[in-house]
Design a protein around this ligand. Sequence first.
Ligand code: FES
Length: 207
Amino acid sequence: MPMEFSEAAKKQFDAIVAKYPERQAALLMVLHLAQDEFGCLDLEVQSLVAERLGVPKVLVREVTTFYEMFHEHKEGQFHLEVCTNIACHIAGADRLVSCVKKKLGVEVGFKTEDGVFSLMEAECLASCGSAPVMKVGLDYYEYLTEAALLSLIETFKALAPELGGRAYKTAGSEPHVGPVSGFEPPAPAAPSATSVPSAPPAATENA
Ligand code: FES
């Protein structure tokens, strides 16, 4: 049976396209929709998008493979995107990648045998001031340490059965942005009274 969007997704597709003066301009948004609908943008999904939007397949492929947020193969339910760009690299992102590899027995670009986790190295996630950072679904985990990462993996393992095979987006009503709960970095120490320079002596008036 040929692949097809659900009726609900077809309505969303048409609503997206109606917002743009030219159908081609809706491509990014309909690719997001297609990825949510089918779990990835493999060649069959790309053909379906091209046909429904009325654009060349090669254009859909170019856009799909250009943007990191689109993927041609199904990811794990928890897709761990560890930023390894410069700020995160300096803050220890490589250790985090190694930690995931060792804990889950998975290589970068692959998923675990049970399909629960996949691992990817990401480019800058625009949160360099709170490096190192990992994105999972819509969530951003900042100031990440190996201990926080291992704790998070256990949380995700416990959550996986509740997802019924669906990809994880976020646990709450809003995406999480910040450190893993319980692993917040210590607040910077307030300057002590002795470190405050004393005021210079008042100038005395010469007679
Ligand atoms: S370098 Fe990692 S968030 Fe920017």
